[in-house]
Ligand binder design. Structure first.
Ligand SMILES: *Cc1c(COP(=O)(O)O)cnc(C)c1O
Length: 452
């Protein structure tokens, strides 16, 4: 279940790193803490036992929330760096890891077609979006920020924190921002920024970025792309035509967020924000009385809202991209393509099966569907029951609530405005080979519920 063979690679790498400080007087690390090996072993064992109480996120039968195991090289590089424990706030605290962060971030920027850029890693997508909207608010003072109703709820909260007026825009039956509704909001005026989500968290929908960019020419707003979950799909060659066009256009945005800890094989604590115009660095300007002493070079803390940041996260990301470059047709990109194939295959089976109501065609790797029922409330109740029955089959799905507008073709008695659906994020390349097994277990769980 867990890869432990590669753990053996860690000790020689730590030794190699230590050679960089070979000139210093020896330090007896074993004598340092008052906690002996036996105690550490006992506590680790207890922690391991406590950690058994989790869903099996790394296994393909976990097909629920947005969870993807980090690559072994990411885990090892993170552990390696943790011996130094660099702080990427300032070069004083993290020289090597700051350089690695800049390289890794430049590779992500290049994936979006950007050479010149300003960007850095963050603790996650929330902080990355906060910075992007902070800059958006400073660039367009007093003006509103718009995002789709299917955008991540963080945008409504972030704008509350930043005290920027916010409005949400209705979405169409495919969970994409509705262009007619956007136009109405733009005509109402005072719009400074439009957030386009490339890969919504609930349904994996891709907002129509090319059309949004065309409206930008007329209305002159900023465009922020939130692709915390879906950004890496820029590399996939098997998207539908509209999603492809959106990803082709992504470089025309003013800012982009992508989470290496979502699809980028990183442990949690790794988001990324990118700005197309490097001069937005002026908004970050501050004089820290504590930090920037060691050089006149740029310290990442001068272009980041967060101060202390894990240099280890940068080392892990750098190492992962060394092994798996962000290239079309490369091994990493093929992994994403496999995820999408898995989603399409599951969708095909759902559509062909009378036990289910199918949601919109997956644009990336998230599938939304429900067991059939006479009314919205019956579908919601059965969804919950199938979710629980599937878990008893060791198949872990997720549930999500969607508005009626997403399912115009469902022959239901709409006794509620929303309906709870099954939702499956097929974010592991192994999912492609596991669709059969997932389908078998889903079938058994559904039969049990429909028979009851
Ligand atoms: C996950 C996600 C976020 C929030 O990112 P965190 O890393 O969880 O803080 C924001 N937007 C989208 C589209 C996401 O999928």
């Amino acid at each position: 279940m867990f890869d432990i063979q590669t753990l053996a690679l860690l000790a020689p790498a730590v030794q190699r790193m230590a050679q960089g400080q070979a000139g210093l007087p020896a330090l007896d690390t074993a004598a340092q803490p008052e906690v002996g090996q036996a105690q550490i072993a006992a506590v680790l064992r207890r922690a391991a036992e406590r950690m058994q109480d989790n869903f099996p996120y790394a296994h393909p039968l976990y097909a629920g929330q947005m969870m993807k195991p980090p690559h072994p090289v990411a885990r090892l590089a993170y552990a390696l760096a943790s011996f130094v424990n660099p702080n990427n706030h300032a070069l004083d605290g993290g020289r090597a890891s700051s350089a690695m962060e800049r390289e890794a971030v430049a590779e992500i920027a290049a994936m979006f077609g950007w050479d010149a850029h300003l960007g850095h890693l963050t603790s996650g997508g929330t902080m990355a979006n906060l910075e992007a909207l902070w800059v958006a608010g400073l660039s367009q003072p007093g003006r509103r920020i718009l995002a789709s109703e299917q955008a991540h709820y963080t945008h409504a909260r972030i704008t509350e924190v930043l005290k920027i007026p916010f409005a949400s825009v209705a979405h169409d039956a495919r969970a994409r921002m509705d262009l007619g509704a956007l136009q109405v909001a733009l005509d109402a005026g005072e719009v400074g920024t439009v957030v386009a989500t490339l890969g919504t968290t609930a349904a994996g929908a891709v907002d129509p970025l090319p059309q949004i960019l065309r409206l930008r020419e007329r209305y002159g707003f900023r465009v922020h792309v939130d692709s915390a979950y879906g950004g890496y799909y820029r590399l996939a060659r098997n998207l539908g035509p509209e999603a492809s066009a959106a990803y082709e256009a992504i470089g025309a945005a003013d800012s982009i967020v992508v989470d290496p800890h979502k699809h980028g094989l990183q442990p949690y604590g790794c988001g990324c924000v990118l700005f197309k115009d490097p001069t937005v660095g002026r908004f970050y300007r501050h004089d820290s009385p504590y930090t920037y002493f060691s050089s006149k070079e740029l310290h990442l803390g001068e272009i980041s809202l967060e101060c202390s940041r894990a240099g280890a996260a940068a080392v892990a990301l750098w190492a992962t991209q060394q092994c798996l470059p962000l290239q079309r047709g490369g091994a990493f990109a093929q992994g994403l393509e496999a995820c999408r194939e898995a989603a399409l295959e599951l969708q095909r089976r759902i559509e062909a099966d009378a036990r289910f109501l199918s949601g919109p065609q997956p644009e990336l790797d998230i599938v939304v569907w429900a067991p059939r029922g006479a009314s919205a409330s019956e579908v919601s109740a059965r969804t919950q029951a199938v979710f629980e029955a599937a878990a008893r089959e060791d198949l872990h799905l997720a549930v999500a609530s969607f508005p009626r507008a997403m399912f115009p073709h469902w022959p239901l008695q709409w006794d509620a405005e929303r309906v709870t659906c099954l939702r499956s994020c097929l974010m592991k390349p192994e999912h492609r080979e596991w669709v059969d097994e997932i389908w078998t277990r889903l079938g058994r769980a559904t039969d049990a519920v429909l028979a009851a």
